[in-house]
Design a protein around this ligand. Structure first.
Ligand code: SF4
Length: 465
């Protein structure tokens, strides 16, 4: 079979000087770069680019910052400068004309984009975990928290293990420290990501570390519990339904973790799952879903599915539709199978013709839109918590114009401040939203009670309660 050599992820070295605020800036930049597929390098030699986060508060701090830049230039040569001394770009340029980029304090987007320019990440929809956001830094009120790199599975359609290698879990105390810093800096929601969140810590035998005077195992359950204690929403992504996932459901019931699971099932037919070589596919998922719902009735389950995988028959596809009807998942994404250069599945027999893939895709989307609409309609009349993502000024309507949902029940509110947020059931970018009218005093990052007035296939509409 054809083998493709794929580039290793770029590595960033970091020298962080200065006050705790600068440290928080560093955490935010690292969190974003990690989510974008970068790895951290512990030394100059292994880094594709070195980021120096400087301090310019006192003359002595400035001198220390300049020395640090000089050392990074001498040891590595590819240096991006950020932080308070970035305000004195001329001084830096004069002494170190080879510095690649200089940005000031809190200019997260500029730093991240300078690192992307200096050491481009091979961004690919088949490899990246974070929804397509390009260089945009996630707003301050939510952060993606990457807990491990790589994956021990070998799903036949996937090239991640050949790019990122086998699972390498981060230490639990390092993850918790990063999360704590993010919460201190204003993060209200932590989105836990990895290729396989349920497998977290398997490679380091769940080795415990001390955190706030207690041992915390490198295990999804322990990590989720400790993250939950930091006071932000904790959302778990890419969770495979191994038996121990049952242990996080009580944490949802206790309110430590959001009642939300993102489980990439990809298919339901045992035959197709076998041919995909999917992990944890033997689990009696429908039974377990029922059981999870009996403990946490509001649990929202999101998943993605591939249609038109080689060898998928109409019978297999029908099996998937019946399964979806029974599973009543809250959010479903579907993809038409596409061969990815280097994936084992490319060699499988019986490819599904393009028009059949399209037809199956349309049918699965239709079914999931109906289920989603029914589930959302059941929320009308309830009061739910919503995390505000943005506040919008709604311009006055032109005579005779239609503003859909806000028009019918509340014609008097054609104009004013509206806001958009998400409920506990909605992850940013991939799930639905909650649109609010009368949101005059709200700011992004606020968590408010909202009375749901209306719904459609994806979104809810309401008013602060
Ligand atoms: S679990 Fe499968 S699809 Fe996910 S990263 Fe690992 S090999 Fe790829």
């Amino acid at each position: 079979m054809e083998t493709t050599t794929l580039p290793r992820p770029p590595r960033v070295g970091l020298v962080s000087l200065g006050c705790p605020k600068a440290l928080v800036d560093s955490e935010r930049i690292i969190t974003k770069l990690r989510a974008d597929g970068y790895q951290m390098s512990p030394d100059y030699a292994g880094a594709d680019v070195v980021l120096v986060n400087t301090c310019g508060f006192l003359d002595s701090a400035k001198e220390e910052s300049l020395e640090a830049i000089g050392e990074a230039i001498a040891e590595n040569g590819r240096v991006v400068v950020t932080g308070c001394m970035g305000n004195e770009a001329d001084v830096i340029r004069q002494r170190f004309p080879d510095v690649l980029a200089i940005t000031g304090p809190q200019q997260y987007e500029e730093v991240v984009s300078a690192v992307h320019n200096a050491a481009p990440a091979a961004i690919s929809p088949y490899v990246d975990l974070v929804p397509e956001a390009g260089l945009k830094l996630t707003p301050r009120h939510y952060s993606y928290l990457k807990i491990s790199e790589g994956c021990n599975h070998r799903c036949s359609f996937c090239i991640i293990p050949s790019i990122r290698g086998d699972l390498v879990s981060r230490r639990p105390d390092a993850i918790l420290r990063e999360a704590e810093k993010l919460v201190e800096a204003g993060t209200k929601e932590l989105l836990v990501i990895s290729q396989d969140t349920s497998a977290y810590g398997v490679d380091i035998r769940h080795h415990p570390r001390m955190w706030k005077g207690e041992e915390v195992r490198a295990h999804m359950t322990d990590l989720a519990r400790e993250l939950g204690k930091l006071g932000a929403w904790v959302r778990l992504h890419y969770v495979y339904p191994y038996p121990h996932v049952d242990q996080v459901i009580p944490l949802m019931a206790e309110g430590l973790v959001l009642p939300y699971l993102d489980i990439p099932f990809q298919h339901a037919s045992p035959k197709v799952l076998r041919s995909m070589k999917r992990p944890a596919n033997e689990a009696k998922v429908l039974e377990r879903l029922k059981n999870w719902r009996s403990i946490v009735p509001d649990i929202a389950v999101r998943s993605s599915f591939v249609v038109g995988f080689p060898g998928e028959t109409e019978e297999d596809f029908q099996y998937l539709l019946n399964w979806l009807e029974e599973a009543q998942l809250d959010r479903v994404g579907a993809f038409k199978f596409e061969p990815v250069s280097g994936a084992a599945a490319n060699a499988l027999p019986d490819p599904v013709p393009e028009e059949v893939k399209q037809d199956r895709y349309d049918r699965v989307m239709q079914l999931s839109a109906r289920i989603s609409a029914e589930k959302l309609a059941a929320k009308v009349g309830r009061t739910i918590e919503v995390l505000i993502d943005r506040v919008d000024d709604i311009p006055p309507l032109e005579e005779g114009a239609d503003r859909g949902h806000f028009d019918a029940p509340h014609p008097q509110h054609h104009h004013g401040i509206g806001a958009t947020g998400r409920s506990k059931a909605d992850a940013p970018e991939i799930d639905g939203e909650v649109h609010l009218r009368d949101a005059g005093n709200l700011n992004p990052g606020d968590i408010v009670s909202v009375r749901v007035e209306d719904s459609d296939e994806h979104d809810l509409f309401g008013v602060p309660a």
